[in-house]
Design a protein. Structure first.
Length: 522
């Protein structure tokens, strides 16, 4: 039994609740999530139906089937190292702030405030960008569903304008904000439903789509065909291969949600790590099955990527639509398959807003955000309601860049992956360097392998940060330049300059909000 006592109250609590109080925080959010519910949030944010579907164009273009099939395992293998290191730290520090709190504790007193500031801002901006990217992808998919439902591009179908897409994006975010205003028990239900939908949806699509297609790719094509991508002026096979890894790495992102939900999870010091590792592991297996199954329905890569096909160049939509049209004379079944994916993306975005709001809640609890008192408030249902709506609003504003230029939008969204992974790597880096001999592990730990796993994780993040910054076509000009280094560099400059000019004078890192608290373990 674990009992917490203050001058006025004594309440029984679980191990995660007790650990939170040891770290100096009051229990303000409702601790009602099981390990399954926590796992479901991360699984629904990783959402292989979302990542693989929306970036299947990139997979076919850069290397094709062979790179998607084998590159998925390469990215998954190293992502698991990142996840294992994060799980070990999460077990020791199960707080909603997660990563920025970890950095503060692991960087040591001298570096703690700056480490916390840098990690926190990279994480929260990366999360906003992830939500923007997911919901904008859903808006684009809805555009394609409408196009195919009205006859397709070659049949005079309706193709929504960029302004209609941004309106759809806004409506999706509005729905996500409304759902996230509900109690955590409702969000837990939706999260588990989304996780089940992703798994069942993957196996349904990977079996049905190639089964109904009259023309099927051979096993040799699926497992060995390498697309040289000469159309973009890239000649190096190695270069094409590493660019092809980006589809996999973009998908395997967002499992930090399990860390952000720990203050609402029972026995979080054990449940949080299990959820992180479980979400990554299940996603690797299910995602590979999805890639292999769908690729058996790919016949003509240039046609699937052509902007003149029925789906307007949306590769996986064309795969689904063509499979059913070749068998039944119409593509209604393919449209239904796209609707299955759309539901998965919808709940991916919903869970992303949930994770966003918990990070904003924790970061503002420590006074790191402008108007922190507003974002830190929780309502009667113990939901950080203001942080929910603020997160949705910022994600909508970020998507407005698409009206000016999709190049600018893509650069901004690239912050999603690099921003998040930098925030993942920073506390791991501090754990294997400054805190190498000082880190006190929780119930889940890697023992003597913790340092080795941590270094592999840090080196992988450095590697993918470089990969995401490489040019994706030649010759390089204003239209083909990869603006990712500019976007991420801009975020770094803003974060560091705000620290140097102002924040260093008042931000001292995580601030405890419990006084005279005694926690007794038995």
């Amino acid at each position: 039994m674990v009992v917490e006592s203050t001058p006025n109250v004594a309440v029984p609590t679980d191990s995660g609740h007790a650990r939170l109080h040891e770290l100096g925080y009051k229990q303000e959010l409702k601790r009602d999530l099981s390990v399954l519910s926590n796992f479901a949030f991360s699984l629904s944010i990783i959402s292989v139906l979302t990542g693989v579907t929306t970036l299947y164009n990139n997979g076919l273009k850069f290397g094709g089937p062979a790179v998607m099939v084998y590159g998925w395992f390469i990215a998954g293998f190293f992502t698991m190292f990142v996840g294992l290191s994060m799980a070990e730290i999460c077990s020791s520090y199960p707080t909603s702030g997660g990563l920025y709190y970890w950095s503060a504790k692991l960087a040591g007193p001298s570096w703690a405030p700056f480490a916390s500031w840098l990690t926190g801002w990279f994480n929260i901006v990366g999360q906003w960008a992830i939500t923007t990217s997911v919901d904008f992808s859903l808006a684009q998919l809805i555009k394609v569903i409408i196009l195919l439902s009205t006859g397709g591009k070659n049949g005079g179908g309706y193709e929504a304008s960029k302004y209609a897409v941004i309106v759809i994006h806004g409506v999706i975010l509005l729905l996500h904000a409304v759902l996230n205003s509900l109690s955590i028990s409702w969000l837990s239900f939706f999260g588990q439903f989304a996780a089940a939908w992703n798994i069942v949806g993957v196996f349904f699509l990977m079996i049905v789509v190639p089964l109904v297609s009259k023309e099927k790719a051979s096993a040799e094509f699926v497992f060995t065909h390498f697309n040289t991508n000469d159309g973009d002026g890239i000649k190096s096979s190695i270069y094409i291969f590493v660019l092809g890894l980006l589809m996999s790495q973009y998908t395997l992102t967002g499992y930090d949600a399990s860390a952000h939900m720990t203050e609402e999870t029972k026995n979080a010091d054990k449940s949080g790590p299990k959820a992180i590792i479980g979400a990554i592991g299940i996603s690797i297996i299910v995602g590979w099955a999805y890639i292999v199954g769908i690729t058996f329905a790919v016949i003509d890569i240039p046609h699937m990527l052509s902007s003149n096909n029925d789906a307007g160049g949306y590769a996986i939509a064309q795969v689904f639509y063509h499979a059913f049209k070749s068998r039944y004379g119409n593509g209604i079944g393919g449209i239904i398959c796209l609707a299955i994916v759309a539901v998965a993306i919808f709940f991916c975005g919903m869970s992303s807003v949930t994770s966003n709001s918990r990070m904003a809640y924790a970061f503002s609890r420590d006074g790191a955000m402008p108007f922190s008192l507003i974002w830190h408030k929780v309502n009667q249902q113990e939901v950080p309601i203001n942080a929910v709506w603020m997160s949705a609003f910022i994600s909508f504003c970020m998507a407005l860049t698409s009206l000016g230029s999709l190049v600018a939008f893509d650069a901004m969204v690239s912050i999603a992956v690099i921003g998040l992974y930098v925030s993942y790597a920073l506390p791991i880096f501090f754990r294997v360097t400054l805190a190498r001999n000082l880190f006190i592990p929780g119930p889940f730990n890697l023992g003597r392998y913790g340092i080795l796993v941590g270094w592999i994780a840090v080196l992988w993040v450095i590697t993918i940060s470089i990969l995401f910054s490489l040019p994706v076509s030649y010759p390089i000009n204003t239209e083909t330049l990869n603006y990712t280094p500019v976007a991420v560099g801009g975020l770094l400059i803003l974060t560091v300059s705000s620290w140097v000019l102002r924040a260093r004078h008042w931000f001292k890192g995580p601030i405890t909000n419990i006084q005279n608290c005694i926690v007794i373990h038995k």
